[in-house]
Design a protein around this ligand. Structure first.
Ligand code: GAL
Length: 743
């Protein structure tokens, strides 16, 4: 049976490379102990030099050969190393890989020695022009290091290399599962095997089947179909039922290898008249996500990756996400499966297409992405073009061919910003940035595609650089930012030929000097880099059934003089309530209804108040109260102080328990609020984090509140205990957050 050993702990790291490091034990000085995921150099929040992490570094780790490995294959799996890796075992090169977003394996077997073995990884994190997305400019950063998980996998000489489990006849009474088992036989003789497949639901056996097969030396595949499957529950966005598939191979002596993969039964297809999930039309409402975090870039552990999916689903009420512009963390995708968040995943790239060798790496990226992720029910579409590149017929014919051959169950797409582009994919996906505040909101799909009739069509980006917005910008701007997102989704919702729209983007992100605001940040998110919401986040958040989660978010600082000319009108209230009652200084001033006539294309239009006797420059200014009413009941309310005073430093931790593995981490938001509990977007006080116990702050201990709030991530140490964390500003000390750290 296989053994899998997580190899994240206990690496030695040097932020430089010398060829002599290949030899075990050379250059003890200069190495520090690190755990994975790891960024090769922590960076400040902004105004850093992005060349600071673009260097060649060395990661090395020893492990002890075990007697039980005799006669087995020992493989090392690397989930993500930016951007080029060379792997040495005991002084000899055993493998290399180009590309920072896809996994690779290295067979260590031949070079293993009894006792101690040393794995050295030379990690080139420079922007090498031979590797996508590099070669020209890019609007994001590709942070360096070994930033995902690494494993040792010990398998029999004949082993299961991969499994592709394809649900079939999904909408029929009786469903089927066609499983392709990929076998590797490293011996020189053919092996007679029984290949078995079990379908399980929450540990319970649903169906099983097996097949006697002969595995030739090298690679071979075996298909096993389980049919007549009754009582299977579909995977859907509101009810994401998951099943496990266990695959095993056995010979006369017993089981040689087995593995699990997780699947869901669903049918997802984009048609010329929209997106259909399990035969039901669903309007895709999504955002683009970069997998980047402050200070450590991509190097965040499973919990933090998973939390992003939760934020997208439960705070932003999305039903879809695009993994712009590369395959993202497997942990993020696992969570998308679990919570019912649809994913459009794409290969690495940004506008630039390199030479033939570069294109070959991109084709390999297509293969690696699909083979890694083809069992995720959440993924409904493969992006097989370099984001926003020009047409390149032969190249894209090939990427489409590869995708269709590997995975005939999913459609292909390729994101462009050009009209009438060579339509080689199944879905025409367009970044439509036409809306700049005026009448024009989205283009007609046929104008874009220049096809005779309508084709499957989706808007994959809008807004972004058209209207960068900081969380602490003036009220008019943050409101307009939110309205632009609303208008585009409204228009998409009204156009029967648009399957959905993905806004640019979920979170602010670090970028190169030639993009963004010059401080190495693109302020394009509906949340900031700490995942703290701007008003646009509240538009998204409000698009959920109020019985699931009532939302009431007036998009206002509730001050009389922040806007030009003063006042708070037009007052936009993002809500899913039937109506909103407003009180001023405790006095009822009326009930207000969602602007359904103005925004008929979204499920829950906001309340928009254009006129009201309130807050004009020179008039009296009052405390305000907003009450959301659903089915005649008051379900949610929000108060505003006429004269806000910084009152309290509050903490909002995502988790109160971490694993004592030296990698696990969680976010704690610190926010100064006024007497009504509202954030103070123009507060800039300094803040210091005080941490005791088995953990550490990621990033600086001393910083400043950004727009009245900031977050820090806390990383667990390898010992058990309790972390206590407090924030201190010149005016306040927060309550103490206690985070248990457990084995
Ligand atoms: C698009 C691009 C994105 C981002 C965005 C900003 O052109 O695909 O990566 O740069 O613009 O609005």
């Amino acid at each position: 049976m296989r053994e899998q050993i997580l190899l994240n702990q206990g690496w030695e790291f040097a932020p430089l490379w010398r060829d002599e490091f290949i030899q075990p034990g050379v250059g003890a000085e200069g190495f520090v102990r690190v755990n994975l995921p790891h960024m090769n150099k922590e960076i400040p929040y902004n105004y850093f030099d992005e060349r600071d992490y673009q260097f060649v570094s060395c990661y090395r780790r020893s492990f002890t050969y075990k007697a039980s490995w005799a006669g087995k294959r020992v493989l090392a799996d690397f989930d993500g190393v930016m951007a080029y890796a060379e792997v040495y075992l005991n002084g000899k090169l055993v493998g290399s890989h180009k590309g920072g977003y896809t996994p690779f394996e290295v067979d260590l077997t031949a070079g293993l020695a009894p006792g101690e073995n040393t794995l050295v990884v030379k990690v080139d994190s420079t922007e090498r022009p031979d590797i996508p997305p590099f070669g020209y400019v890019i609007d994001y950063l590709c942070y360096g290091g070994m930033y995902r998980d690494t494993y040792l996998r010990i398998v029999d000489p004949v082993y299961i290399e991969n499994v592709f489990a394809k649900p079939k006849a999904v909408l029929g009474e009786k469903k089927a599962l066609e499983t392709t088992v990929f076998l590797t036989n490293t011996t020189s003789e053919e092996q007679s095997l029984t290949v078995g497949v079990k379908l399980l639901h929450e540990g319970k056996l649903i169906a099983e089947g097996s097949h006697i097969a002969v595995a030739e030396p090298g690679k071979s595949t075996v298909d096993i179909v389980l049919s007549e499957l009754a009582g299977i529950k579909l995977w859907d966005i509101d009810d994401p039922n998951l099943y496990d598939v266990e695959v095993s191979i056995a010979d006369t002596q017993g089981v040689k290898d087995s593995c699990f993969t997780r699947i869901g039964f669903r049918e997802a297809v984009v048609k010329p008249d929209g997106f259909y999930l399990n035969g039901r039309k669903v309007m895709l409402r999504g955002l683009n996500r970069h997998q980047a975090f402050p200070y450590v870039g991509y190097a965040m552990p499973p919990r933090v990756q998973r939390k992003d999916a939760d934020i997208l689903k439960y705070e932003l009420s999305l039903n879809a996400v695009r993994t712009s512009h590369y395959p993202q963390s497997p942990h993020f995708l696992d969570r998308c499966d679990e919570i019912g968040l649809l994913v459009f995943e794409e290969i690495p790239g940004w506008q630039h297409i390199g030479d033939k060798d570069w294109q070959a790496v991109a084709c390999e990226n297509v293969r690696e992405m699909i083979k890694r992720d083809w069992n995720h029910p959440s993924i409904f579409l493969w992006g097989v073009r370099i984001n926003e590149s020009q047409d390149c017929h032969e190249f894209y014919k090939e990427t489409n061919r590869i995708a269709r051959e590997l995975d005939p169950t999913r459609q292909t797409a390729g994101v462009r910003y050009i009209e009438g582009s060579d339509f080689l994919e199944d879905v025409y996906t367009m970044n439509d940035f036409i809306h700049s505040g005026g009448e024009l909101v989205l283009r007609d799909p046929k104008q874009v595609t220049k096809t005779a009739g309508y084709v499957p069509y989706m808007v994959t980006e809008f807004n972004g650089h058209m209207f960068p917005t900081k969380r602490f910008d003036q009220e008019e701007r943050v409101v307009e930012h939110a309205l632009r997102h609303l208008r585009v989704h409204n228009q998409a919702g009204l156009d029967p030929h648009i399957a959905g729209a993905f806004g640019w983007c979920a979170f602010d992100y670090n970028t190169h000097y030639d993009f963004g605001s010059g401080d190495r940040i693109c302020y394009h998110g509906v949340m900031d880099m700490f995942r703290i919401p701007k008003y646009a986040a509240h538009f998204y958040g409000s698009q959920v059934d109020p019985h699931v989660r009532p939302v009431l978010e007036p998009a206002t600082r509730w001050s009389r003089g922040d806007r030009s000319i003063g006042g708070v009108l037009p007052l936009v209230i993002f809500t899913n309530c039937d109506k909103v009652r407003i009180k001023l200084q405790g006095r009822d001033v009326g009930e207000f209804y969602p602007a359904k006539a103005r925004y008929p294309g979204v499920p829950y239009p906001p309340v928009v108040i254009d006129q009201m006797e309130i807050g004009e420059w020179g008039l009296e200014w009052f405390d305000g109260e907003f009450i959301g009413i659903v089915d005649g009941e008051e379900v949610i309310s929000k108060k505003y102080a006429a004269a806000p005073v910084a009152t309290k430093l509050v903490t909002i931790p995502d988790d109160l328990e971490l694993k004592a593995d030296g990698m696990d981490a969680t976010r704690v938001v610190f926010m100064v609020v006024d007497q009504a509990g509202n954030p103070l977007p123009y507060l800039t006080d300094a803040i210091e984090f005080e941490l005791e116990g088995p953990g550490a702050i990621i990033g600086p201990r001393q910083t400043a509140l950004i727009g009245g709030a900031i977050a820090t991530w806390v990383r667990a140490a390898e010992e058990e205990g309790v972390i206590t964390l407090r924030g201190r500003t010149p005016r306040f000390e927060s309550e103490t957050v206690e985070i248990k750290v457990r084995k």
